[in-house]
Design a protein around this ligand. Structure first.
Ligand SMILES: *Cc1c(COP(=O)(O)O)cnc(C)c1O
Length: 489
């Protein structure tokens, strides 16, 4: 008798072939579906059937045929060409096949002995990612679940590097002076989680104000560090952001690198979103100084169009990862005569058992190649600029900011002046209506105290036509929203 979870090859094929056919149809027709149907959680529970845990088994084929259409019909489709919300990309279809293959083989990429080929694929992927964004050779790193984890991974490396074994063994109690981290006020919320997670506390974060271009004010950065040093604190790390989540602004990485050098601080770049743009000729000056970073976080599941989840931490001196995460760092054999040292990923990061998320990244990098990626990323930037220009020209739109592939703008009714409060409310209501409408999907950003619509294009399916149609959709819905809000109740 076979076990209840086994699938015999014939049954596996039958379910798999049907599933692949349905997925191909879904991807092929994604532009013609609503981005969201806006059903409530209650309605979805009803569709799912809120029965109790099944006692007896059900044939797998039945379960797949029930859940597949539900997922296609009622998910939020970030692969739709007019999806430009948050920073979630359209996913490379080959990534879906890669995940299937990875799960079928199921290597545990925590230890080399459990994943001989997969470990090599991940090492190669890390090398390619560093090369793609233009780093010199020698960087090491690993794949993690996303940007938060990539930044956490680097945070602990930074503090171990700057405080040594004392902190690894004795914790923060043994350090002289409070260990402080510096970042711009626009830094993503991961920094607060990291400060809490690693026991520093969120009050050890020094939020540095930004300039008119939304970049960290590096004069204030240096001034704050000096004051903290004089007060007996212990600065250890500066986080530069390469592509902030609201506006896409990239900090002055060169200036931050200079400050880090002067005060012997760890220089980390959070490039979860923006880093891949460093590969685009013409954008490289925006990232000037990045090569000075001790560590960099980037997300293949954002601007490299890999399906969730894939984040990446790169470290200039890979031994720092072992110092931090290996219990036996003496084991590492950098100066040994062995030309084939063991490469265990559990000794380089927070996870122990690890999935084979490298495969989808490795495949995507080859499918598109460096040239293909540069083209796609550059196209997203150009479309974002086009959106800004169209908004600038339109009498009912106000263009606010444009960096990398993020444009912020607002709807302004023709017959209404600068009533700030009303414009905020109008644009917030408009955004909610657009999101529920299912034709375009944007998110919001508050820029210089203005509530804005925000389009982040990390989508290889978006075209010029989508941008032009989107403008029309937004203006039409803006008129309706203004009318709706102006009607006295
Ligand atoms: C998206 C993002 C994060 C968080 O990454 P996740 O993959 O969502 O965990 C952190 N920082 C920046 C700048 C980001 O864009």
């Amino acid at each position: 008798m076979t076990s209840p979870i086994e699938l015999q090859p014939e049954e596996f094929k039958a379910i798999g072939h049907q599933l692949i056919d349905m997925i191909a149809g879904f991807i092929g027709g994604i532009a013609h579906r609503p981005i969201t149907t806006g059903k409530t959680a209650k309605e979805l529970q009803q569709l799912l059937g809120s029965s109790s845990l099944p006692g007896e088994g059900t044939p797998a084929a039945e379960i797949f045929s029930r859940i597949t259409p539900l997922l296609f019909d009622d998910s939020l489709l970030n692969g739709h060409p007019k999806f430009m919300g948050y920073i979630t990309s359209s996913a490379a279809p080959a990534g879906a096949l890669a995940d299937l293959l990875a799960a079928a083989v199921n290597p545990n990429v925590g230890a080399q002995i459990l994943s001989p080929v997969a470990t090599e694929v991940e090492k190669c992927t890390i090398k390619w990612l560093a090369e793609f964004i233009g780093l010199d050779q020698g960087y090491g790193g690993l794949l993690v679940s996303g940007g938060n984890m990539a930044n956490f991974t680097a945070f602990l490396v930074a503090r171990t590097a700057k405080a040594g074994n004392a902190i690894k063994e004795e914790g923060l109690n043994n350090t002289s002076g409070r260990m402080l981290v510096y970042c711009s006020q626009n830094t993503h919320t991961w920094i607060e989680k990291a400060a809490a997670l690693f026991g520093h506390g969120t009050r050890t974060i020094r939020w540095i104000p930004t300039d008119i271009f939304d970049r960290m004010d590096t004069v204030l950065l240096e001034k704050t560090i000096k004051e903290d040093l004089q007060a007996g604190a212990r600065p250890f790390m500066v986080v530069g952001t390469a592509g902030d989540v609201s506006s896409g602004a990239v900090d002055d990485l060169r200036a931050i690198a200079g400050v880090c050098k002067t005060y012997d601080l760890w220089f980390h770049i959070d490039g979860a979103y923006g880093m891949p743009a460093a590969a685009v000729p013409g954008q490289q000056k925006v990232f000037d100084g990045m090569k000075e970073a001790d560590s960099i976080a980037l997300d293949p599941h954002k601007w490299l169009y890999c399906p969730l989840e894939a984040g990446c931490t790169l470290v200039k001196d890979p031994r720092r990862l072992l110092d931090t995460y290996s219990s036996h760092p003496a084991y590492y054999n950098f100066n040994s005569t062995e030309d084939d040292p063991v490469h265990n990923y559990y000794e380089r990061g927070l996870q122990n058992s690890r999935g084979f998320r490298a495969l989808k990244v490795w495949i995507a990098l080859q499918q598109a190649g460096k040239t293909g990626y540069i083209k796609m990323i550059n196209k997203n930037i150009q479309l974002s600029r086009l959106l800004f220009e169209l908004a600038e020209k339109h009498p009912q739109l106000e263009a606010v900011t444009q960096h990398l592939s993020i444009t912020t703008f607002r709807y302004i009714p023709l017959a209404r002046g600068e009533d700030t409060q009303y414009l905020d409310k109008l644009n917030e209501t408009l955004l909610n209506r657009l999101q529920l409408g299912g034709k375009v999907f944007l998110s919001n950003a508050v820029i210089h105290k203005k509530y804005c619509l925000r389009a982040c294009i990390v989508n290889f399916r978006t075209s010029k036509k989508d941008i032009e149609e989107m403008i029309e959709i937004i203006v039409k819905e803006g008129e309706r929203t203004h009318q709706y809000l102006s009607v006295p109740v």
